[in-house]
Design a protein around this ligand. Structure first.
Ligand code: NDP
Length: 272
């Protein structure tokens, strides 16, 4: 029998860890599949996706900069992806319908709650940023019933847009970075400032010794945000590797009907 074909599509795509993660999942579960990288031209995302499925592809992960376009071309959305306006997982149903899901938020929540024992229920949560990544995590985060989620963004109007979109599912407030008043139980950095080694202009006293800080960015070296968090005295600092592996597991579950064990794969990617 032919192996099922999966891929991660993006531009650029060379550095994606998804092939390693899904290949490890397949070995672990004994599922027969191949998982590749697919570079789509910036103006040719839809064509690339259509060709992939026409040639018998079983499922795609979608990464930067195509998550919003993936949402647009999906004919049906899983509930948790509907409002996000961003899709990171695609597959085709028997009748040909392209289904879009967003597993980023479930991955983040699972990494916090299951892998690191962080309580989100009743917590005061600060989310930095209001881009695509934050759109994807808000609904699963609000489902955990935090006491409050404050969204702070450089462009306040984008934070306000997200508050208006998700506000009915929980208590959502917005702020500029400078006007933030702490402390928070959990602080999640969803800005891309980390990619340039930068930090939003955050005031003091956001962190107390019980605060958990999470940088959605993953890097071998400590991120600027997590270095700041340590200076501020945060008890636990996490980066986005756990979220990356957990969102992959959530996609694998959707495609293959089984959830891989993420621990060994996390250890493979970060041996220490
Ligand atoms: P977007 O481009 O959609 O959004 C970027 C956000 O960062 C905006 O809120 C923007 O503010 C803000 N920002 C950018 N530069 C600065 C700066 N210098 N100072 C303050 N704020 C800044 O990016 P994404 O949402 O797609 O990605 C955000 C991060 O999340 C990336 O680091 C990405 O790697 C990570 N990510 C991790 C995942 C994982 O699985 N671990 C999954 C998805 C994303 P403004 O609105 O004012 O422009």
């Amino acid at each position: 029998t032919e192996q099922a074909r999966y891929a991660v599509v993006g531009n650029p795509i060379e550095h994606s860890l998804s092939p390693r993660i899904h290949t490890a999942f397949a070995e672990q579960t004994g599922e027969s599949l191949v998982y590749e990288r697919l570079l789509a031209p910036l103006e040719g995302f839809r064509d690339s996706v259509e060709r992939f499925f026409a040639e018998g592809g079983a499922g795609l992960n979608v990464t930067v900069p195509f998550k919003q376009q993936a949402w647009e071309i999906a004919g049906r959305h899983e509930p948790r992806a509907a409002r996000a306006g961003a899709v990171n997982t695609l597959w085709r149903e028997a009748d040909g319908t392209l289904v879009g899901d967003n597993t980023d938020g479930a991955g983040l929540v699972r990494d916090l709650r299951v892998n690191n024992g962080v309580t989100l229920a009743g917590a005061r949560v600060l989310v930095l940023g209001a881009g695509g990544a934050v759109r994807g995590i808000l609904e699963p985060l609000l489902k955990e019933a935090p006491a409050e989620v404050v969204i702070a963004n450089r462009t306040l109007a984008r934070a306000e847009g997200l508050r208006d979109l998700f506000g009915d599912t929980g208590t959502v407030a917005v702020s500029t970075f400078e006007a933030l008043v702490g402390p928070f139980d959990v602080i999640i950095n969803g800005t891309s400032a980390s990619l340039q080694g930068e930090l939003p202009p955050l005031p003091g006293a956001l962190v107390n010794p019980a605060t958990v800080c999470y940088d959605m960015m993953y890097s071998q070296a400590e991120t600027a945000f997590n270095a700041w968090a340590q200076q501020q005295g945060s008890r636990l600092r996490l980066d986005g590797l756990g979220m990356l592996v957990e969102q992959a597991a959530e996609s694998f579950l959707q495609w293959r009907g089984m959830r891989p064990d993420t621990g060994p794969v996390m250890a493979l990617l970060r041996p220490d």
